[in-house]
Design a protein around this ligand. Structure first.
Ligand code: FAD
Length: 377
């Protein structure tokens, strides 16, 4: 189908900036660019009718790293890089709270907890607290508070570490508020539009879709786990995360966000229901996929985890099951870099993208600059 002149001169006209992907990264980037450069025309192109990647299918933790994750990351990528990442997440969460009221996004500073079954990591708690003081402002970001295990009904667990700075939110509402903000700033959108190819010459970068092409001065690729279709040679692979949600549970004692096994399991209350996700580490191979399905193997395992760890002795029924796709790599840090004169990738947000995306948006806006069409000189 050939486009009409009316379409070519409006919806499909050239823009200063095109962003591919309307997840948290794409939307925060659009906001940061428009706030910094109001005159720039910005178009976000999203393949689905609503963004379908990780942003609308996650667990809604407003978190910046549990004690064991921070220790494990420091061992893998060094203390300095780990702290940089924690700082970025902490500031990202602050930014979300600056932009939106708790009611608008169901944000609750409920406190986060990590369940441990041995004391191996507890020896490092003072050290980690010392490192985090400059970020959270607290003498003790992580507090051993095992007496709460009983309060929550976790009778099969040994230790509980509390983090008062952690919260949760409603990811769907956050995404809708970001869209509203974008509309207010004059960002334009094309939903249901998959970009199949990107090309670049001296003067422009061009995106191709099934029915039309649009060119821009600069392009941001914010497609996270789905980036390999558009950009080669990135250290990135898809990692599916599966989730289940129970029906309301009478007299539910659990309130907060909870991490288990270095973050491979996570659960929280959603009102008086339990949302539980994870266990990818039991079947890494199958879960390295961008197919949005759930598997009996992992869902059964999650149910068993609910029975034994989260709700021992309590009756529950599962009402919803879904999955979403994260982007992982050799390191946990995101990839935000220019890949040509006109293109930037902002991807690989792993499992804490709610917090990272607001700061990634700022980084990209800095890189674009006022007139900088040439990102690599
Ligand atoms: C199960 C699960 C639980 C999680 N829990 C949490 C949590 O509790 N807290 C937390 O902080 N993080 C969590 N995360 C991670 C977080 O959701 C992600 O890091 C974050 O949403 C990534 O945002 P994004 O915008 O970069 O990517 P995405 O949200 O994946 O957005 C990419 C967008 O690009 C679009 N797209 C892809 N290809 C094309 C194309 N060719 N053309 C046009 N559009 C395209 C997709 O449709 C998609 O909407 C979780 C993730 C999953 C999967």
């Amino acid at each position: 189908m050939d486009p009409s002149i009316w379409e070519l001169e409006t919806f499909y006209r050239n823009r200063d900036l095109i962003i591919i992907g309307a997840g948290f990264t794409g939307l925060w980037t659009a906001i940061s660019v428009k706030e910094k450069f109001p005159a720039k025309s910005v178009l976000v192109v999203e393949r689905s009718s609503v963004p379908i990647g990780a942003s609308t299918r996650n667990a809604g933790f407003a978190c910046f790293g549990s004690l064991t994750e921070i220790i494990a990351d420091s061992q893998k990528m060094g203390g300095e890089r780990t702290l940089e990442l924690v700082k970025m997440r902490f500031e990202g969460l602050k930014k979300i709270q600056d932009y939106f009221t708790p009611d608008e996004i169901d944000f609750e500073l409920c406190g986060g907890y990590e369940i441990l079954n041995n004391d191996q990591f507890l020896a490092h708690i003072d050290d980690v607290n010392f490192q985090l003081k400059s970020i959270t402002g607290l003498q003790k970001t992580f507090i051993l508070n095992s007496k709460k295990l009983e309060e929550f009904g976790f009778r099969n667990s040994e230790y509980l570490v509390e983090n008062p700075c952690e919260g949760n939110l409603h990811s769907g509402k956050l995404l809708q508020k970001l869209l509203e903000k974008c509309h207010g700033l004059g960002v334009e959108f094309l939903f249901g539009t998959e970009v199949s190819k990107i090309s670049e010459d001296e003067d422009h970068v061009l995106i191709k879709t099934e029915n039309f092409e649009i060119s821009a001065e600069n392009l941001i690729i914010a497609t996270n786990a789905f980036t390999k279709n558009l950009v080669e040679d990135l250290d990135l692979f898809p990692a599916r995360g599966q989730i289940l949600l129970t029906e309301p549970i009478e007299n539910l004692k659990i309130k907060g966000t909870f991490h288990y096994d270095e973050g491979f399991y996570y659960f929280r209350n959603l009102g008086n229901r339990i949302l539980l996700g994870g266990a990818r580490n039991l079947d890494f191979e199958t879960e390295e996929t961008s197919t949005l399905e759930t598997t009996d193997f992992l869902q059964n395992h999650l149910e068993n985890f609910l029975k034994t760890v989260v709700l021992p002795g309590q009756k529950f029924k599962v009402s919803h099951r879904w999955s979403g796709i994260m982007a992982m790599g050799a390191e946990k840090s995101p990839v935000v870099k220019a890949i040509s004169k006109r293109q930037i990738v902002a991807v690989r947000l792993s499992g804490m993208g709610v917090a990272l995306a607001p700061k990634i948006g700022e980084q990209v806006a800095e890189m674009i600059g006022d007139h900088c069409k040439n990102l690599i000189s």
